[in-house]
Design a binder for this molecule. Structure first.
Ligand code: ZN
Ligand code: ZN
Ligand code: ZN
Length: 281
């Protein structure tokens, strides 16, 4: 085994507990550290090349870098891959600057629009100007080698294009393929068929933000669209792939054991858990 993927976070951008929230889930997470969840993030390790990467730089990047380093101590960080410009996916870059880690020329892979946003807006532009990071623009469907054993295939997805567009990623090791897709507005708005696409993968880590539509009283889900887990499970019935849900909102009952998790298992889908690891060959 050379290439491994390691799940380093399972929550939506805001994490659990969420700032300013006093819902029962967040109150429980404040009093019991075992109920806290980090924002969605994937570590990729190439043990032969002695390199590792993060997919997304979350507000929880300090803990996630530490987790990656614990599991692959001889594989220093060789780059960061970004999905899009929502706060849970890139704000952790702030820890790379001179006030903090002060990295030197760390490759940051992102779409052209995401790279342009970072290059032209402070404080991110300072990371570029001081060469803390070096932007490596990605194009959808154009495969990029991260190392001799790891290939990255950016996949365009439909997700509120507020600051940047959004990419999901296929991570291809020497044997297996993993699909990382934390954010998606609606499976029907995607130019690929979900079940057919996932059938071509060995592992799929998919947007599970909301379990059901009645989960967020006082917020209009039309403003923050995501596929509902109840719908995703039906679409993926019988699929031959290890499917795990990630990017769960603080309100999502799937964060913890209960009838919703049992239902999900009955549908043949699983939950992502911090520290889950997959051998990609
Ligand atoms: Zn997100
Ligand atoms: Zn809450
Ligand atoms: Zn987003």
């Amino acid at each position: 085994m050379h290439v491994e993927a390691i799940l380093l976070g399972t929550a939506q951008d805001a994490g659990l507990p969420q700032a300013g929230c006093t819902c029962p889930h967040c109150r429980a997470a404040h009093s019991d550290p075992g109920r806290r969840r980090l924002a969605a993030c994937l570590g990729v390790v190439d043990r032969a090349a002695r390199q590792s990467w993060l997919i997304d730089a979350t507000p929880d990047i300090r803990e996630q870098l530490h987790g990656l380093q614990q599991l692959a101590p001889d594989c220093p960080l060789a780059g960061i891959v970004l999905t899009h410009a929502h706060v849970g996916h890139y704000a952790g870059l702030i820890h790379l600057g001179r006030e903090a880690w002060n990295t030197q020329g760390l490759p940051v892979y992102a779409s052209a629009s995401m790279a342009a946003f970072l290059r032209s807006n402070a404080p991110w532009s300072q990371l570029v100007a001081l060469d803390n990071i070096r932007l490596r623009p990605l194009t959808a469907d154009q495969e990029v080698p991260l190392s001799p054993n790891v290939r990255l295939i950016p996949i365009a997805v439909s997700h509120r294009h507020e600051i940047s567009d959004t990419l999901a990623f296929v991570v291809q090791g020497c044997g297996q393929r993993l699909f990382y897709c934390p954010d998606m507005d609606a499976w029907d708005g995607w130019d690929r068929d979900l079940k057919r696409f996932v059938s071509g993968m060995d592992v799929a880590l998919l947007d599970g933000t909301f379990f059901s539509a009645d989960e967020l009283p006082g917020r209009d889900l039309a403003d923050i669209p995501h596929p509902l887990v109840t719908d995703t499970a039906v679409r993926l019935a019988g699929v031959a792939c290890d499917v795990r849900l990630i990017h769960l909102n603080h309100s999502n009952p799937l964060h913890h054991a209960g009838p919703e998790r049992e239902w999900l298992a009955g549908q043949g889908l699983g939950m992502g858990t911090f520290g889950d690891r997959w051998d990609l060959g």
